[in-house]
Ligand binder design. Structure first.
Ligand code: NAD
Ligand code: TYD
Length: 337
């Protein structure tokens, strides 16, 4: 069996590639990635020589290359993670989000259709539903209307609709997964949790947008990987599955938890100008996925503890990242802090 994973040099795709290579030695796992600022192969040093792993450097929006690759390799399954994924970058530079997330997805759909893949799993996000108010009894279900608020979530919603249309029009077998915020190993340090860990360790101020009351629903990346594996094998053709583990926390709670575990002072918290169009609250109802047999295995309190430990033990990975081009990004986004 040949399984193509796009975006397998990034955070979630990277964890998924490792999960699949180790779990299914009988399957060939292809990792296709452009290696943008968010992708790196050093995370795969433990699997890079495995016989069932192969890396292909390519842009998903490069039609000729993608069509040829699919014709040559005749993949059985596609699991599509590759995307521009950071909301703040989508606010300052929306165009690349349309190029990669919308046009790139369409190229992959054409290629998957041309060789009749057995299934195309499109990894999407709960952000396509927009946001919820603070009423703790409200959740996103698969029937919640799409109402994206950021250029990032609008580009993901657009790609979801293209996947749906290729299923309805051409009969392409597919599933769409919409997961809440992930955390865990190899999370790129521009996102809230790894950004906070790396800054607190260096005794640097942590920028909290607005008053820090916005709520995110956090899921360990390996629980997300298991959910995608399950949907790949057991998901009903054409269905959407929400993924989340009921771990709602305010941003301020997250930052304070990390500061406490690292034994530092809350004086490091700095409230800064709010993100434009900042979504208030995300919260997932995962009932439909649970009916397929999925349950999260990480509890948030121990999961975040282990993740902080992982960042302490794996400085080789993230210190290298924040020493390069990342510095310019940080200054542009937050000014000199
Ligand atoms: P990431 O930014 O860490 O990784 C994205 C990867 O895609 C990188 O390796 C990058 O090099 C690659 N890529 C970007 N443009 C490409 C192109 N044109 N061609 C080929 N490869 C390209 O992202 P992530 O956080 O791992 O998210 C992966 C997917 O999961 C995304 O589709 C995202 O929308 C979705 N998702 C993320 C979260 C989250 O909390 N991070 C939650 C739900 C869903
Ligand atoms: P982020 O990790 O960018 O994920 P997303 O925007 O996809 O949810 O942000 C998580 C939350 O943390 C979000 O409400 C914005 C907030 N945030 C900050 O307060 N400060 C920061 O520097 C960043 C990057 C995010």
């Amino acid at each position: 069996m040949k399984i193509l994973v796009t975006g397998g040099a990034g955070f979630i795709g990277g964890n998924f590639v490792q999960y699949m290579v180790n779990k299914y030695p009988e399957h060939m796992i292809y990792n296709l990635d452009l290696l943008t600022y968010a992708g790196d192969l050093t995370k795969h040093r433990d699997i890079e020589h495995d016989e069932n792993y192969r890396f292909v450097k390519a842009d998903i929006a490069d039609r000729a290359t993608i069509m040829e690759l699919f014709e040559t390799e005749q993949f059985d399954y596609v699991v599509h993670f590759a995307a521009e994924s950071h909301v703040d970058r989508s606010i300052t530079e929306p165009e690349i989000f349309i190029q990669t997330n919308v046009l790139g997805t369409q190229v992959l759909l054409d290629a998957a259709k041309a060789i009749n893949v057995k299934k195309f799993v499109h990894v999407s996000t709960d952000e396509v539903y927009g946001d919820l108010d603070f009423d703790p009894t409200t959740f996103f279900t698969e029937d919640t209307p799409l109402a994206p608020n950021s250029p990032y979530s609008a580009s993901k919603a657009s790609s979801d609709l293209l996947v749906r249309a290729y299923h309805e029009t051409y009969g392409l077998p597919m599933n769409i997964t919409r997961c809440s915020n992930n955390y865990g190993p190899f999370h790129f340090p521009e996102k809230l949790i790894p950004l906070t860990i790396s800054r607190v360790l260096a005794d640097q101020k942590v920028p909290v947008y607005g008053n820090g009351a916005n709520v995110r629903d956090w899921l360990h990346v390996l629980d997300h990987c298991a959910a995608i594996d399950l949907v790949l094998h057991k998901g009903e053709n054409g269905e959407v599955y929400n993924v989340g583990g009921h771990n709602e926390r305010t941003n301020l709670e997250i930052v304070k938890t990390i500061i406490a575990q690292l034994g530092k002072s809350e004086d490091l918290i700095e409230f800064v100008t709010d993100r434009l169009g900042h979504d208030l609250r995300y919260a997932i109802d995962p009932t439909k996925l649970e009916a397929l047999g999925w349950q999260p295995t990480y509890n948030f309190d121990t999961g975040i503890e282990q993740t902080i430990e992982w960042y302490l033990e794996n400085k080789w990975w993230w210190e290298n990242i924040i020493s390069g081009e990342y510095q310019q990004y940080f200054e542009k986004q937050y000014g000199n802090r």
